[in-house]
Design a protein around this ligand. Structure first.
Ligand code: PMV
Length: 339
């Protein structure tokens, strides 16, 4: 058995235009297009090599991950899917860790499933670069689609900068593309960790309930216009135009979540307090900073990087410093042999 260790890293991403709702009857076909910013610091590193075990052996931050465990299920299911689809029979030894503190409430499924897809395919095909993976039939676009099948948002983590996921006319015609590079506009994401509790309704489950909200059809009918306005704002590097669209989209998604059957409430009293605080800060201090929120209570404060010091001065008066993570737009995944 080869002991060459293939090391992939993949970034997390924060959605500006949210993916919420899957179309029924097709595998991972989102109800709408989405748009995200790839993060620079929040990344997952995954090492993989061929092993002579009876089953894959996966370790997360040096702890064995069992097939039966809540977090293990998704990971093993994705490896089994890749092995079946491409006929790989070798078992893998996998060691994975996040650069952001685990259990801090920052979703690791996007970076985690993207890094897993790259590292596993690199080990199975003995490819130590994206060029080699491409010659074996796994170019970046293919890797993005395979990652998406593990966790929808993971597909967007295959690219740096600002990334668009197009739902397409059918499940097969989806496209994931970087629309602006990380150099185009240096935005920051100041993450306020409100709670690190596990979500009661996972996003995979929540996507299937979206259609039960009476507000969902209204959301879908307005999204094309919002998407065009967001793309235009990013193109012009106009935070005053982008910001209100971010907030509107996040709150709309949370209204869908709250009006689904069963409902999902991800925002806490502290999240709501911080929403008011950000709005007040904008008014009183004229700092152009806007929030977005995923399927959890944590706020992502988006602003131009030059505004971060001023924002932090005020934020540290209301939130303990250890609940603040400063990140920003970043690059796509990497692949190499580990030393
Ligand atoms: O990739 P999933 O299935 O965890 O869904 C992600 C859903 C949101 O984070 C709420 C929005 C998004 O587009 O990332």
């Amino acid at each position: 058995m080869s002991r060459k260790v293939y090391r992939a890293t993949a970034p997390s991403n924060i959605a500006f235009l949210k993916y919420w709702g899957k179309r029924p009857g097709a595998v991972q076909w989102p109800a709408n297009n989405s748009l995200s910013m790839t993060l620079g610091k929040a990344r997952t590193q995954t090492d993989a090599y061929l092993a002579s075990h009876k089953d894959h052996a996966i370790r997360l931050s040096q702890n064995a991950l069992d097939r039966g465990s809540a977090s293990g299920k998704k990971v093993y299911a994705h490896l089994d899917f890749l092995a079946d689809r491409f006929g790989f029979s070798d078992k893998l030894a996998i060691e994975t860790s996040n650069t952001f503190p685990t259990g801090c409430g920052i979703a690791s499924s996007a970076s985690g499933l993207a890094a897993l897809t790259i590292a596993a395919l690199a080990a199975w095909t003995q490819s130590d670069s994206f060029e080699q993976l491409t010659t074996k039939g796994f170019d970046i676009e293919t890797l993005a689609h395979l990652s998406r099948l593990g966790s929808g948002s993971a597909g967007r983590s295959l690219f740096g900068g600002y990334v668009h996921w197009e739902a397409g006319d059918n499940a097969e015609s989806q496209k994931i593309n970087p629309v602006f590079s990380e150099k185009h506009w240096t935005l920051s994401d100041v993450i306020v960790v409100v709670s690190n509790e596990e979500k009661k309704i996972s996003s995979s489950e929540g996507h299937t309930y979206a259609w039960s909200s009476p507000l969902f059809a209204a959301r879908l009918s307005g999204l094309a216009e919002r998407e065009a306005a967001m793309l235009a704002a990013i193109k012009r590097r106009d935070i005053h135009a982008l910001g209100p669209l971010l907030e509107h989209d996040a709150l709309e998604m949370h209204s869908i979540m709250a009006s689904m059957t069963p409902p999902a409430y991800y925002l806490t009293a502290k999240s709501n307090e911080l929403i008011s605080w950000v709005r007040q800060l904008r008014k009183a201090q004229h700092i152009p900073v806007y929030f977005t929120i995923d399927a959890g209570p944590n706020l992502h404060l988006i602003c131009e990087t030059s505004e971060v010091p001023r924002l932090l001065t005020h934020l540290e008066e209301v939130v303990p410093a250890d609940q603040i993570l400063v990140d920003g737009v970043g690059e796509g995944p990497t692949l190499r042999l580990a030393e």
